[in-house]
Design a protein around this ligand. Structure first.
Ligand SMILES: C[S@@+](CC[C@H](N)C(=O)[O-])C[C@H]1O[C@@H](n2cnc3c(N)ncnc32)[C@H](O)[C@@H]1O
Length: 348
């Protein structure tokens, strides 16, 4: 139980920091309940030693949120802002623990599934970076590892605004406000995305009700702007096809070749940590193979938004890092994002 108490504390602090007072409060309440025999203890039985990075409590909260979205959560729905409710921790708590008992089997199955977040806000890093790359003046082949629902494969169909400038279709149902800070983004440039290909070991189809509900369930219910842009991205996805195959990152990258007359961009966000060391090394080997095959007519770009330390022992930051072949092969930090994307601060 000591491990669970620490995991709850860490998750509550992260939710408070990342703008979900509702989950911060609910997780604190759960921490107070830990060690008391009851629905929470019963639903968590067998998970006492789950490692911190498995995000056990996001699995639990995501599953409960899915039940709310599916109208299977009874009285609890009245407290979830994502379905029009009003959060009130004291009033919600009895309904929350009741649901853990009534739907114990379903919640326990949900604990086996990693959170499935496809964060549209991370497109602010992708598009802001592409606009800075000379090679992306060519038609862009966008290839995404760990694409989830493939929503960010439609990044060029979203609208981005910042204090000085904006970019993207003005009528897009997805508007990322305050997307960019720091060095100005060259918004006079355009992007021509000609291919949208992704892979994921557990892809989600945003064209289905089940897929949309699942992706919505892992957005925190009091984060209206994230929920709003996710719904907008479902609309964009319906109008702009992309192909996300069920396969490992390694299998996709192994088939990839640069192509004359196009800029091949290999992109991933918050995925690297889920690849084991062997797959990381093999993917890296293919990046080097692609680098060797790139030319001025067929450039290859590796672009990533991943939690990274600039120096050994330093803090993790969400760094936007690019390598470009043949012209600028050394990894360069273009900017720093927040966990869910905006604002991205671009370096000079
Ligand atoms: C945190 S999510 C990020 C999703 C998306 N990139 C984003 O930023 O919104 C991580 C994704 O990586 C996928 N994943 C985990 N291991 C993978 C692997 N070996 N190959 C491909 N995808 C993987 C998961 O299924 C999940 O969809």
């Amino acid at each position: 139980m000591a491990g669970l108490a620490v995991a709850l504390q860490v998750q509550a602090e992260a939710c408070a920091r990342l703008g979900s007072p509702m989950y911060a409060e609910l997780l604190q309440r759960m921490a107070g309940d830990l060690g008391t025999p009851g629905p929470l203890e019963r639903v968590l039985a067998g998970h006492e030693d789950d490692p911190g990075p498995s995000a056990l409590f996001l699995r639990l909260l995501g599953t409960v949120h899915r039940l709310v979205l599916e109208r299977r959560a009874g009285a609890l729905a009245a407290y979830y802002p994502s379905v029009g409710g009003r959060w009130d921790c004291d009033a919600a708590w009895p309904a929350f623990v009741d649901l853990l008992d009534v739907e114990r089997g379903e919640v326990r199955r949900g604990l086996e599934r990693p959170p499935q977040t496809n964060e549209v806000g991370r497109s602010a890093a992708l598009v802001g970076a592409l606009l800075r790359l000379p090679a992306a003046a060519l038609p862009v082949r966008l290839i995404e590892l760990g694409a989830s629902g493939g929503l960010n494969l439609r990044a060029d169909r979203f609208r981005y605004t910042s204090a000085e400038a904006s970019w993207g279709p003005p009528d897009s149902p997805v508007v990322l406000d305050d997307a960019w800070l720091g060095a100005p983004t060259p918004v006079e440039r355009s992007l021509d995305v000609v291919e949208r290909i992704g892979c994921d070991t557990a892809p989600v189809d945003p064209a289905t009700t089940e897929g949309r509900t699942l992706l919505t369930a892992y957005v925190w219910p009091d984060q209206q702007s994230r929920l709003h842009r996710l719904r907008g991205a479902f609309e964009v996805a319906a109008a702009t096809p992309a192909h996300v195959r069920r396969e490992r990152a390694l299998d996709l990258v192994a088939r990839l070749e640069p192509q004359d007359g196009a800029c091949t961009v290999l992109w991933h966000s918050i995925v690297w940590q889920y690849l084991d060391a062997a797959e990381q090394a093999a993917v890296r080997g293919h990046v080097e193979r692609l680098a060797g095959a790139a030319s001025a007519e067929a450039p290859f770009v590796h672009l990533a938004l991943e939690p990274t330390r600039r120096t050994a022992g330093g803090e993790h930051e969400f760094l936007v890092v690019v390598e470009q072949w043949p012209h600028a092969p050394e990894p360069a930090v273009l900017g720093t994002a927040a966990g869910h994307g905006p604002p991205v601060s671009w370096e000079a």
